[in-house]
Design a protein around this ligand. Structure first.
Ligand SMILES: [Mg+2]
Length: 224
C-alpha cells in the first residue's frame, strides 16, 4: 500500500511549538500550588513540595492528585490551565511554514488539556496544520513519560515503530519524554536546551534543534 511509508510526526505543544516562556510557566506553577492549597487545605510550602513531587513521579501533578487525593481532573484543568495565553503567544508564520513542510501525518501529542491546546494552536496560527490531536484526557490523565500515552498513540494511529511502516518521529522539549519513544522504535528530536551527556548512553536524541520554527531542513534530513 502506497501510504505505508508515510512519516508520522508526534509533536509536543508546550515549549516545543514555541520557546520556553518562563513567566507563563511560573504562572502555571503558581496556579497549581494555589489549587492544591485550596483543595487539600495545605499551606503554600507543603503544597508546592507536593506539586513538584507528583510532577516528577507521574509526569503531571494532576495524576498524583487523582491517584492520592481523588481530585477531579476536569475541575483541576479548568482552574489551572486557563492561563492568559494572549499576553504571551503571538502568531508564528515561520512555525506554520515549518509544519507545512513536514510530509505525512502531523499529530499533537501533549500532556496539556484539549481546550488549552486548541487555544494555543489558534494563537500561534497553526490550528489547521494537524491531522490529529491527542491530549491528556486521551491518556486517562497519565502524562508522558509514563507509558500509557505512548501505548495510546501507537494504538490510535496504528503505529509499528518503523517496522515496515513509515518513520515515526517524536518532537519534544523534554529529554525525559524521549526514551519511551526510542524504545518503541521512533526517531526522537529534542527541541530547546541541548542534550546533556552526549555519548554516555543510548538515550540521546536522533536530532537536537534549538527551535522548531525554521528547522524543517534538519527535520526532513531525518527521513533519509
Ligand atoms: Mg513540552
Amino acid at each position: 500500500m502506497a501510504g505505508e511509508k508515510t512519516p508520522v510526526w508526534l509533536i509536543d505543544c508546550d515549549h516545543t511549538l514555541y520557546p520556553r516562556e518562563a513567566r507563563l510557566m511560573e504562572e502555571l506553577d503558581r496556579r497549581i500550588t494555589r489549587y492544591i492549597c485550596r483543595e487539600l487545605k495545605m499551606e503554600w510550602e507543603e503544597a508546592d513540595r507536593l506539586r513538584r513531587d507528583y510532577y516528577s513521579r507521574y509526569g503531571t501533578t494532576c495524576f498524583g492528585l487523582i491517584t492520592h487525593h481523588g481530585v477531579d481532573p476536569a475541575h483541576y484543568y479548568r482552574e489551572v490551565s486557563d492561563l492568559p495565553l494572549e499576553s504571551f503567544i503571538r502568531p508564528d508564520p515561520r512555525l506554520a511554514a515549518t509544519l507545512s513542510a513536514l510530509p505525512g501525518r502531523r499529530v499533537i501529542f501533549s500532556n496539556a488539556p484539549r481546550f488549552y491546546v486548541d487555544r494555543m494552536l489558534g494563537l500561534l496560527g497553526v490550528e489547521g496544520l494537524f491531522d490529529e490531536i491527542a491530549t491528556i484526557e486521551d491518556f486517562g490523565y497519565e502524562g508522558k513519560p509514563r507509558l500509557r500515552p505512548y501505548r495510546y498513540i501507537t494504538g490510535r494511529l496504528g503505529l509499528d515503530g518503523g517496522k515496515g511502516g513509515g518513520p515515526v518521529v517524536l518532537v519534544d522539549d523534554s529529554p525525559l519524554n524521549l526514551p519511551p519513544a526510542k524504545e518503541l522504535g521512533f526517531l526522537t528530536v529534542l527541541v530547546g536546551e541541548p542534550p546533556e551527556g552526549v555519548g554516555l548512553d543510548g538515550d540521546q536524541p536522533n536530532l537536537w534543534v534549538p527551535r522548531l520554527a525554521g528547522a524543517e531542513g534538519e527535520l526532513l534530513s531525518l527521513l533519509g
